[in-house]
Every structure is written in structure tokens, then in C-alpha cells.
Design a protein. Structure first.
Length: 269
């Protein structure tokens, strides 16, 4: 009959112990209290402190210890919509681009509102880049279909942007976010209740310079692309020269349209 292996003892904390380990353990328990305890397996505490850096200049940061780790800065979230320009390949905000749509008849149409159905492409709002797209027929290349480019496509785009901008002015008036007239415009401007100042391109220099100076000190954008006749027709009034828009989405929309139009148009409309 084969010999049985050594008997093991079970300790509730340490676990299974051989007879030799159990004997050593019992001897350790019987050690006098005056005998010093050796701790060969004690691990020194791990230092987790980070050197403190109080930098007041770029020179202080450059002289900082190499083991200093700068805290990660979370970038602010943005809801800015972007698109790829079909001509340059650059990724730009849509507020700086123009959307072109191919109609069912194969005609290239500027889509200022961004709501027309059909195959579309984005191009940077720049007259030279749009002309390059016309010369290369980038519309057909991008959409992979036969298209017809109007000879006056840039003129159509200018008129469409102007019509949309004047529509924004009309909506702002109905929403109570617009006033016109020199006296009211000056009062509103001095009360710091203005987001955009629209002045007719043919306005008189005296009154225009005064309001432009006030707007400049308040860092308010001044738009002067449209004539008094165009502004008057948009508001259904006569001889409109000075317009003030309150803060809001319509003022921001007008700024974007004016920026695109300035990059595309050759002359004042």
C-alpha cells in the first residue's frame, strides 16, 4: 500500500499549510513580545505627489522639471457644421460656403437656403473658386452626371444672396428686431441695443460717419453693400438710409449672407 503524502493544515487567512510551514508559523506565534519584528517584505509607500509649478511666463514653463505633466485641457464643444469644398478639398464651415444643387432637368442651381432636393455640392464662397468650378465643370465631375451650367451663374448667385438678405431684413422688421431712420438708429446705438448696423451705400457722409464711429467703438459690424433703393424696397418704405438690427438669429444670418456676397460680388448692389 502506497504511503500517503504529508498532511496539510488549513488556516482561514493564509490557506493550506504544510507541516513544515505550520511548525514555523507556530514558532513565530510563540516568539517573546520583546523580540523585534523583522519585516523583510515591507514595500515603501509609492510617492504620487506631482511637483508644483507656478509659471508666470513662458520662461518659467520652459525651466519646469521634465517630470511635470501639464493637465489635459478639454476643448470646448462646437456645433459648427462643416463641408468639403468640391474644388479645393478644404473643410470649411458651411457659413463660408455655397451649396449648388442639380435640378431634375440637369441645371446647376444655387441653393442659398440649403433645402432644395437633388444631387448637391459645396463650394467655398469665393468668386475665383466658383469661376474655376465653372471652367472645369466640377459640377459634372462631382455629381457624375451631365449638367448644364447657366452662363450667368455668378449673377444668379448674387441676386439670390441679395434677395435672401433683404428677406432677412423684412423678417427682422416683422419680428420687432429692426428700426430705421437716423434719429431712432442713433438712440438705439447709444443704448447698446444693436448687433448690426446697415447703412445705404449712397448715404450722406455726415450722418453716416457719426453712426459708424459709434458702431466702431462698440465693435458692431457695419454693412454697406446695398443702395437706399434696395433697402427701401425690402422694407416697403421710402429713402431708407440707416438700419439697426437687434441681437438674434436674423442678424447673424444677415452677417453670413453679406460675407458671402462680398466674397462673390464685384460691385455694390
Amino acid at each position: 500500500m502506497a504511503d500517503k503524502g504529508p498532511a496539510f493544515f488549513y488556516h482561514p487567512v493564509i490557506g493550506a499549510l504544510s507541516p513544515m510551514m505550520m511548525d514555523a508559523y507556530m514558532k513565530k506565534l510563540a516568539r517573546p513580545l520583546s523580540e523585534p519584528v523583522s519585516a523583510p517584505f515591507i514595500i515603501p509607500p509609492l510617492s504620487v505627489s506631482t511637483p508644483r509649478l507656478e509659471a508666470n511666463s513662458l520662461a518659467d514653463i520652459a525651466a519646469a522639471p521634465s517630470d511635470y505633466v501639464q493637465p489635459r485641457v478639454r476643448k470646448p464643444m462646437t456645433l459648427l457644421k462643416t463641408a468639403i469644398c468640391a474644388v479645393t478639398g478644404d473643410v470649411l464651415p458651411m457659413s463660408q460656403m455655397v451649396r449648388f444643387v442639380i435640378s431634375p432637368e440637369g441645371l446647376v442651381v444655387p441653393d442659398v437656403t440649403g433645402k432644395l432636393p437633388g444631387a448637391f455640392m459645396w463650394i467655398k464662397a469665393d468668386r475665383a473658386i466658383i469661376q474655376k468650378a465653372i471652367w472645369r465643370n466640377s459640377f459634372a465631375t462631382h455629381t457624375r452626371q451631365n449638367v448644364t451650367i447657366p452662363e450667368n451663374l455668378l449673377e444668379i448667385l448674387e441676386n439670390t444672396l441679395t434677395k435672401q438678405a433683404m428677406g432677412s431684413l423684412s423678417l427682422a422688421r416683422r419680428a420687432g428686431e429692426l428700426i430705421f431712420g437716423f434719429t431712432k438708429a442713433e438712440e438705439t446705438l447709444r443704448a447698446h441695443q444693436v448687433a448690426v448696423y446697415v447703412v445705404a451705400a449712397d448715404a450722406k457722409d455726415n450722418g453716416r460717419e457719426k453712426l459708424e464711429r459709434l458702431a466702431f467703438h462698440q465693435e458692431i459690424p457695419v454693412l454697406d453693400m446695398w443702395s437706399s433703393q434696395t433697402l427701401s424696397a425690402a422694407l416697403g418704405e421710402v429713402n431708407v438710409m440707416h438700419i439697426m438690427l437687434a441681437r438674434g438669429g436674423l442678424a447673424q444670418n444677415l452677417l453670413e449672407l453679406e460675407t458671402k456676397l462680398k466674397a462673390i460680388a464685384r460691385t455694390t448692389l
